[in-house]
Design a protein around this ligand. Sequence first.
Ligand code: ATP
Length: 360
Amino acid sequence: MAYLSLKNINKIYPNGFHAVHDFNLEAEKGEFIVFVGPSGCGKSTTLRMIAGLEDISKGEFYINGNLANQWGPREREIAMVFQSYALYPQMTVYDNLAFGLSLQGIDEDVIDERVQKTAKILGLTDYLDRLPRALSGGQRQRVAVGRSIIRKVGIFLMDEPLSNLDAKQRVTMRSEITQIHRETGATTIYVTHDQTEAMTMADRIVVMKAGYVQQIGTPREVYFNPKNVFVAGFIGEPPMNFIHAHVEFGAIRIANQVIQLSELPGRDLSSYEGKDIILGFRPEAIIPGERENGYALSGTVELTEMLGDNANVYLTMGGKQTILKVEPYDIPALDTQFTFTVPYESVYLFDAETENVIEA
Ligand code: ATP
């Protein structure tokens, strides 16, 4: 059994709301797992059940092979970082860091050594005498992280720890947390609604929607092999484009275009004859112009966004908005027609009814 094991975990709140359905996860020691999904999908609820802050309604939770459903938060030996740093406002940074250790009755010298070391890792050495109110948001967040890592626990839980920071601080803290994880080796579960954080930090990502796990996989797996339309649309920025299509007479028909199935080698759509499907392609997968080994589409340029190394192009095609990524020197003029090719190997096919990917 893995270090953390969640078996068919469910949460039904006292008001009867079923917030988490049959959540299954095996996390290895030292893994960095990210729960990602839109607001209200059950990420925090699941994290709080792992922390012991919320009862598990149904299912089993094991730590290192031991059934831990009834264990209190202390027994679980976890440290948790919340979105609202939860620092003691009347205590200095030093005391905020030292407090948890003092409670455990640890020797002053040992505490001092650990505070100094933690402060060094987090760049807080010059701020140890300050009160939290005299720190920036990023520095406060560092203290909150420091308070957790100083305890040397085996499990580190973080609930949207970067959401109060500005964009630049978020990027810095992202890499700092990854670095700290590497140094401490603690099994980490990190909750966010930001797919970029999930992609950049995770060993494995758990994508959730409305209380259900949609897919568990490495960043590469969820990006290249999404299991359904939801994961395909949630992972990747800008999101994947989707077009409704119909399979008829051995071909995919999209509006007035036809893709012969023989042109999509390895895709068996025989059972979809006469049915609707959804065709997906990533904004970054397209090639400007009309090319071979792909299907060409065109639309009217509505908006362009120059980002420096690349640019976003927003088109309307048949009344629907499509987003493309192009090189900066390929940016088309507004209100013109823009033609592009989606290479066949970059086409994703989904069942229109179940929204699950059509396996190759
Ligand atoms: P967010 O990113 O907004 O924090 P989340 O994915 O973490 O969202 P949860 O906080 O886990 O979502 O909430 C999941 C669902 O459970 C939501 O619909 C929420 O309204 C509901 N919920 C949370 N706490 C309770 C409660 N105490 N009683 C009833 N329903 C609750």
